[in-house]
Ligand binder design. Structure first.
Ligand SMILES: O=C(O)CCC(=O)C(=O)O
Length: 295
């Protein structure tokens, strides 16, 4: 990967991101670099399955950067840091890293939803975003990500939760009539990414091709973002300084003494799951998650 200084976003791109709540395509890697990263992802999947049930269950996230060097390096890719700097300013942390695989002939689409419902972070409207980096081509034919423009301005919306397991795989579904909003399918070549606000209503369709669709997501937050509620959470500083100390600091894999990585990873994942499940219970109590009467 390139290490020289890279440009951030243009003013017009920043404005589009602010207006729509998302932006694409954003060039990050060459197709050759994306193919190399895809090899790393395939090895990660193989190794995680071989390491056992726990590693396999955590291979999709939320903290891949704490177990795999390719993911750790990717979070500090100069182009991504420049993009993060354009949107968040100089002090930036990585809150999560996730892998999205959409299998061919998959049985389910992903319901329209907002990430902010479960993340429960304060300050994400202006000071956080997700990178969704394509490692295979993405388009409507393979169930790409899709956004409902402008919905990031609606605040956290009520979602309905189905009791049926088959429907639960689609995830919670936002209670919003999307007729009044323009929806956009994210079309990317490998190495390009989309950026989205954590409040944007989004989902993804069915993969009707014969190939798995693969992308990596990185959540960048400004250091001034805070976990809502009283439970702790952790994040990795990737640029500037953390004067707020709202998150427990994570140590980059590159700086951890050999043998400590597993400990750091398990601690961070346990904290995250504890906080997200507590946030989900609070959202239920507040009436933001309701049973789906149809299912
Ligand atoms: O890749 C997908 O199908 C969904 C990804 C998603 O919902 C997200 O990155 O927030």
């Amino acid at each position: 990967m390139c290490t020289h200084t890279m440009p951030g976003l243009r003013d017009s791109e920043i404005q589009r991101f602010r207006d729509d709540g998302f932006l694409f395509p954003v060039d990050v890697l060459t197709e050759v670099e994306a193919a190399e990263l895809l090899d790393d992802v395939h090895s990660h999947i193989r190794d995680s399955r071989a390491e056992g049930e726990l590693a396999a269950s955590l291979m999709y996230g939320p903290k891949i950067h704490l177990v795999r060097r390719w993911a750790d390096r990717l979070t500090r890719h100069p182009r991504l840091l420049a993009v993060a700097g354009s949107l968040l300013g100089p002090d930036v942390m990585v809150w999560g890293t996730n892998l999205f695989l959409k299998e061919p002939n998959g049985q389910s689409d992903l319901a329209w939803h907002q990430d902010a419902l479960s993340y429960d972070l304060t300050g994400t409207q202006e000071r956080a975003f997700r990178v969704w980096l394509a490692l295979t081509p993405t388009g409507p034919e393979n169930g790409t990500l899709r956004f409902a423009a402008g919905t990031h301005r609606l605040g956290v919306l009520q979602h309905r939760r189905s009791a049926q397991l088959s429907d639960r795989q689609r995830g919670d579904e936002v209670c919003l009539d999307l007729d009044g909003y323009a929806t956009h399918d994210v079309v990317l070549r490998p190495g390009q990414c989309s950026l989205h606000n954590m409040l944007i209503v989004h989902g993804s369709g069915f993969n009707r091709t014969r190939q798995t669709r693969i992308s990596v997501a990185i959540d960048y937050i400004a250091t001034s973002v805070r976990p809502a509620g009283h439970r702790p959470d952790s994040a990795l500083l990737v640029s500037g300084r953390d004067e707020h100390r709202n998150f427990e600091p994570e140590t980059s894999l590159a700086e951890l003494p050999a043998g400590r990585a597993g400990e750091e990873f398990e601690r961070a994942v346990a904290m995250r799951f504890d906080r997200v499940s507590s946030a989900m219970r609070a959202q239920q109590k507040a009436g933001l998650i309701v049973p789906d009467p149809q299912r």
